[in-house]
Design a protein around this ligand. Structure first.
Ligand code: ADP
Length: 426
């Protein structure tokens, strides 16, 4: 009885009517109009057909033997799968149609026999459309419900994340407060330590100067009367005094560094180098060293600290010389927010594994008999650079010379760099 063509069906319709003529007329007419149609002659068969494949709409005759249309409608209403299928009751003109009863058992409409086929088609189409809209609405409702549940879940997750975040923020604030307190404690103990070093060094200096003074006096007056061994001893005592005095001086210098640093002003780096070279004139002359400076800018710095920095680096470049006469080149490059200085030498060089050590206090790669020193010079350099907000590092290899780099941030953009070309000091 189903329509046999391949076009898309306009709907699946079940007709339940005990009059074969009526059934045929409706069946043919609806099939011709593009519906999938099944027809049965009794209510019982109708229920079976509907259960095996629920239709989109039922045309249900009222006056039928055994089970009338109302009873069939009632069954439809009581079966979950069939409850929502729209039923259009078909009634003969002379039947007394009980509309209230019909609507109560799930009827959505009714048509009168004999049929006005256009009316039948219009009513069917109308209810199928209503049904489709209802289905769509239900689908949208389901989607909406799903979206609401998703949103609620997301909101819940967000609330949980928020709570976690709050916890983290509190934890971080607590850690920050702790850090600030630790920093404060550290700054206090640093300043106490610096004070201690300063006082201790100062107090050590005067008895040591006395020992050295009397040692020199003793050597001057009694050297001739001493045997070789005695002379060696007095020389060792005087050497030891010198080393200790140097150590005290370096320690004093290091401990004093922390106190200054904030009074930066425009400094001609060439002038700082010139003064450093004057202080190193003895070493420069003795070693026949050549110091070459190129393109040296004005930087915001503490003049005496910058001078000290160059003095330590150039002094080391001469001290750790190789076979050739020392050649030291000082250059600078202006980068966006800082000035990068390089102090290059042709000395003995440093093995890369020693790079991290050499900036530490008292760390030396050589014994005092090889090269004099206290192991504080580069620690002072590092502290000076750090006080200026910069960084210091070395590039070197044994026998290849060394380049010490350090950066000094450009603190004021208003000061034009003053370039001092090819200043050569000897
Ligand atoms: P000091 O020179 O008093 O030993 P520094 O802190 O100035 O102390 O230097 C630490 C060590 O780094 C030195 O003992 C030396 O071995 C090495 N060093 C520093 N500068 C140079 C250099 N220009 N060339 C080779 N080695 C160097």
């Amino acid at each position: 009885m189903n329509r046999e063509n391949n076009s898309v069906s306009r709907g699946n319709i079940l007709i339940i009517d005990d009059e074969p003529n009526n059934l045929r007329v409706l069946l043919n007419c609806l099939t011709d109009n593009g519906y999938d149609v099944r027809g049965v002659l009794t209510g019982e068969m109708g229920l079976k057909a509907a259960l095996s494949e629920p239709p989109d709409l039922v045309l249900l005759d009222i006056m039928m033997p055994q089970m009338d249309g109302y009873q069939v409608g009632n069954h439809f209403k009581n079966i979950a799968e069939l409850r929502d299928i729209p039923i259009i009751f078909v009634s003969a003109k002379y039947d007394t149609l009980d509309k209230v009863k019909a609507f109560r058992v799930g009827g959505v409409d009714y048509i009168m026999k004999p049929f006005q086929i256009e009316e039948v088609l219009a009513r069917i189409e109308n209810h199928l459309r209503l049904r489709r809209l209802q289905d769509e609405l239900e689908e949208q409702n389901l989607l909406l419900q799903a979206e609401i549940s998703q949103r609620q879940a997301a909101e819940l997750a967000l609330q949980e994340q928020n709570a976690q975040l709050q916890l983290e923020i509190r934890e971080r604030e607590r850690a920050e407060a702790e850090l600030a307190k630790l920093n404060e404690d550290l700054a206090r103990s640093n300043s106490e330590l610096a004070q201690f070093v300063s006082i201790a060094s100062h107090d050590l200096r005067s008895p040591l100067t006395t020992v050295k003074g009397y040692g020199q006096l003793f050597k001057m007056r009694h050297a001739q009367s001493l045997e070789a061994e005695g002379q060696r001893y007095i020389n060792r005592i005087l050497d030891g005094c010198d080393r200790m005095l140097n150590l005290i001086d370096d320690l004093l210098q290091y401990s004093r560094l922390g106190k200054a640093g904030e009074q930066f002003s425009p400094v001609r780096s060439a002038e700082a180098i010139e003064e450093a070279c004057q202080n190193l004139s003895l070493e420069i002359t003795t070693n026949q060293a050549q110091i070459i400076c190129r393109d040296l800018p004005v930087v915001m710095a503490d003049f005496s600290q910058l001078r000290q920095l160059f003095q330590n680096l150039i002094g080391n470049a001469i001290k750790y010389r190789g076979e050739a006469n020392p050649l030291v080149e000082v250059t600078a490059i202006n980068e966006t927010d800082h000035c990068l200085f390089a102090v290059k030498d042709n000395g003995i060089g440093i093995a890369p594994e020693s790079f991290p050590k050499i900036f530490q206090m008292f760390k030396r790669l050589h014994g005092p008999s090889e090269y004099p020193g206290t192991g504080i010079g580069l620690a002072i350099c590092q502290k000076i650079v750090q006080l200026h907000g910069g960084r210091i590092w070395v590039e070197s290899a044994p026998g290849q010379g060394s380049i010490f780099y350090f950066s000094i941030p450009v603190l004021s953009a208003d000061i034009p760099p003053l370039l001092v070309k090819n200043l050569v000091t000897q």
